[in-house]
Design a protein around this ligand. Structure first.
Ligand SMILES: *Cc1c(COP(=O)(O)O)cnc(C)c1O
Length: 432
């Protein structure tokens, strides 16, 4: 057979895309490079399933990288979107839904007294850093290794040579004058933070972190670490920023800050609050938020910010999450799946570690516990790639990197979970 006859819909789209989109993708992880594969084109999704170009179903553990806590096309979300669509898509003026969204967030996230909507998680973290710098009159910031906060210049920074030296850019095109203002320190370790604070605490505007890391796979914080950061921020009068773009409204209604009972000064949100449409938000104490334009002198704006469709979809999804013990149910589903996989690992003595919290989990191909990015880097990524390819063949849509979290939704039924455990058992038995 000639080659053109064997090209799949997916192959053809990949080839077309590569000519007109850098790498063929609009966000790098979708390229599937780290699992040695081609980008995957999907045609549709419903509930816990996604469908490829040939309509083959896959049980979905990507969840669009976080937004779909109810699964795809939840009737309430669709209904709200359809209704909103009939009234118009964007007005350049205020709408009722954005007020309702703000009220909902303020009501449910304890540390947030005021909230500003933006269009992505990146915008939320970028703007919250500007606000923290303005509020404190300081320029330097502290972040942590393995936390991802979007692609803004000041945050695309990894640790320098020494533990507490200035960071190095993780992308070309970022001015060194900016990376010199960012410290990137090891997660779950208070000592380096304490040391930087002792030396330069009066120049630090904020400490920003994912309170539960989701962007190196799931890495849980030690409670003392979070408490210690809160205490240090108070002592040196800098702001503590929780980037809950992933964990917000996923791990509980009040976010990771509710689970661990720590109040940050500012919180970044995104993903779930948009119900699958482009959204971000940042909020916190009124006296900080009132520094924002137009009442304050910190400028931040957005043509599509608070977009009515995004607000409608997000709010509909959030409302469902307040009903019928949604978070208890989600926790139960996560545990059922995770315990099932742990059983297989234990029985066969596989060198795999699982981390999880409500609604998200990671299988790390490493025998020891994973408490930091450094730990995660020890994983056998070749084994992960084999695993990923095998489970894809068997019908699971899984994040295409060892360092991305898996997401489970309320649409994942008991039989879906059973099926997943059985597929994972088959895959592991064949590759390990
Ligand atoms: C996804 C994510 C971001 C970036 O959000 P975008 O909408 O992709 O810009 C920032 N922080 C965290 C913790 C995230 O998970």
């Amino acid at each position: 057979m000639s080659e053109t006859l064997t090209l799949s819909h997916n192959d053809i789209l990949c080839a077309r895309a590569k000519k007109v989109i850098p790498g063929g993708v609009n966000s790098p992880v979708r390229a599937c490079l780290s699992v040695d594969s081609d980008p995957i084109y999907l045609k549709s999704a419903d509930g816990a399933y996604v469908y490829d170009m040939d309509s083959n179903p896959y049980l979905d553990y990507v969840g669009a990288f976080g937004p779909h806590v109810l699964g795809h096309r939840h009737p309430k979300t669709l209904e709200a979107l359809e209704q909103s669509l009939r009234f118009g898509t964007s007005f350049g003026a205020c709408t009722k839904t954005e007020v309702e969204m703000a009220e909902f967030i303020v009501k449910n996230v304890k540390s947030i007294e005021m909230i500003r909507m933006v269009n992505s998680g990146t915008e939320a973290t970028m703007s919250s850093i500007r606000l923290a710098r303005a509020f404190t009159g300081r320029n330097k910031i502290i972040k942590f290794e393995g936390c991802y906060h979007g692609h803004c210049d000041s945050l695309m920074v990894k640790a320098g040579s020494g533990l507490t030296t200035f960071g190095i850019a993780t992308s070309q095109g970022i001015p060194q004058v900016l990376t010199e203002l960012t410290f990137s320190l090891p997660f779950n370790e208070l000592k380096p933070v304490t040391q930087v604070m002792k030396e330069q605490g009066n120049d630090i505007a904020c400490i920003i972190l994912e309170p539960i890391i989701g962007n190196s796979g799931v890495i849980l914080p030690e409670i003392q670490f979070l408490q210690g950061l809160r205490a240090l921020a108070d002592e040196y009068k800098c702001l503590l920023i929780f980037d809950e773009v992933m964990t917000g409204f996923r791990v509980s209604l009040g976010g990771a800050q509710e689970l661990y009972n720590i109040e940050p000064d500012l919180t970044c949100l995104g993903k779930i609050i948009g119900g699958g449409l482009p959204v971000g938000a940042y909020g916190g104490k009124k006296k900080i938020m009132e520094m924002l334009s137009p009442i304050g002198s910190v400028y931040q704006a957005g043509t599509l910010s608070g977009n009515p469709l995004a607000m409608a979809a997000g709010l509909a999804q959030l409302k469902v999450m307040t009903q019928d013990n949604a978070y208890q149910v989600l926790k139960g589903k996560t545990e059922k799946l995770v315990n099932g996989i742990k059983e297989i690992i234990k029985t066969n003595n596989y060198p795999i570690t699982i981390n999880h919290t409500t609604g998200m989990f990671s299988l790390f191909f490493h025998k020891n516990e994973i408490h930091s990015y450094e730990d995660a880097l020890k994983c056998d990524t070749k084994k992960f790639t084999q695993f990923w390819k095998k489970i894809k063949e068997l019908g699971l849509f899984w994040p295409p990197s060892q360092f991305e979290a898996c997401f489970i939704s309320l649409a994942h039924s008991d039989s879906d979970i059973k099926k997943t455990i059985s597929i994972i058992e088959t895959a592991l038995n064949s590759i390990m």
